[in-house]
Each structure stands twice: as C-alpha cells, then as structure tokens.
Write a protein that binds this ligand. Structure first.
Ligand SMILES: [Zn+2]
Length: 199
C-alpha cells in the first residue's frame, strides 16, 4: 500500500515536472493558490501588442513566489477581495516577441537585458471582488501613463484606495513594488534568483 502510494506520488511529481516549461517552475492554479483569478494577458490579444504571445493561459512561478501569493490571497479574502494574476514567469522568447511588437525601452525591457519576470519571482496582479469580477484599478495592465504610478492622487479615491490595499497586502507577504507600475511586484530578494530558461 505504502509502495503504491509512493509510486503514485512519484508519478504525480513526474507529471507536474514534465509539464513545467522551465526547471524549477510550478504551475499557479486554484490548487496551488486557492481563490486566485488567473487572467494571463499575454495568452490573449488583450495586451500592448494586440497579439497572443503565450501558447496557453497557464501561469508558472517559483515555489517561493507561490507561497507568498498564498499569504496575499488569504489576507485579501479577509478584506473582501480576490487576487487577479495578469502575468507571472515570462519566457525570454516572449520578451523578444513583446519587444518586436513595441521596441520602446520606456515600456519594456530590451531583449539584451533580462526581464525580472524571467526569474519566476515577479508577478503582475490586480483585484477582483469575491465573485471574481475584476474591479476598476488606477489603469489597465501595461498602461504606461501617470495613472500607472504609485501616486494615486490622480485617480478616483475609491480606486486609489483599492490599489493601496493591494500594495499593502503584497508588501506584508514579502514582495516589493516598483514606483511606475502599480501592478508589478517582485519577491523582495529577487536578485538572488537566476533567470529560468525555457526547456
Ligand atoms: Zn511586471
């Protein structure tokens, strides 16, 4: 019986591993982060390029990042919100496709530099209500205007308040943010992780 259980565990491990697009990545799902709303924008045409860049809508991160996301999800639930995931690990090929569609260093990391998203330690996130309906936030994903920065005085009070709730929940769970994109967060020690190559 124990042997059977071990074999089963082994098989499950292999199955997950074989599916991961890069070494050390774990799929983000309702199983690994219960209650998360996954809306991978680059798996649709609703992104700055107007084209589908990811092969499917599955999201991948390092296990450490997933563990911190679990904390965020639990924290937000007590405040009446669900966490929305817009982007996670980004393969270097996708970064190149983004750059080809919009070669502007103001908006994107050029392919000559490594995007933080390629480390599996960065996420682009937003908020939904408890039913999973996306809520109005300061700007859309990848909208590089003054509304996207962490100064929320130029957006409606309620909207800025939501962005602050998200920011505080992410900070409490061990993430750091960037000043120009309210949706982007990194594991606080992201520099100690290497980029993850596609298999
Ligand atoms: Zn980002």
């Amino acid at each position: 019986m124990i042997l059977r259980a071990l074999l089963l565990l082994g098989w499950t491990g292999c199955f997950v591993w074989a599916q991961a697009p890069g070494e050390g990545l774990v799929e983000v799902s309702g199983d690994s982060v219960p209650g998360i709303v996954i809306e991978m924008r680059y798996a649709t045409a609703r992104n700055i390029t107007g084209k589908k860049i990811y092969p499917d809508g599955r999201a991948w991160l390092r296990l450490e990042t997933i563990r911190n996301m679990e904390k965020v999800v639990m924290d937000l639930r007590t405040r009446g919100y669900r966490l929305v995931l817009w982007d996670a690990w980004r393969p270097i090929s996708a970064q190149k496709a983004l750059w080809a569609a919009k070669p502007d260093g103001k908006f994107l990391t050029p392919p000559t530099k490594i995007s933080r998203h390629s480390r599996g330690t960065s996420v682009d996130v937003s908020l939904a209500d408890l039913q999973g309906k996306l809520l109005e936030m300061p700007s859309d994903h990848d909208e590089f205007s003054a509304k996207a920065d962490e100064n929320f005085s130029d957006v409606p009070k309620e909207v800025g308040g939501r962005a602050r709730i998200l920011r505080q929940a992410m900070f409490r769970a061990g993430f750091s943010g960037v000043p120009d994109e309210w949706w982007h967060y990194d594991l606080r020690d992201w520099t100690s992780y290497d980029p993850i190559q596609e298999r």
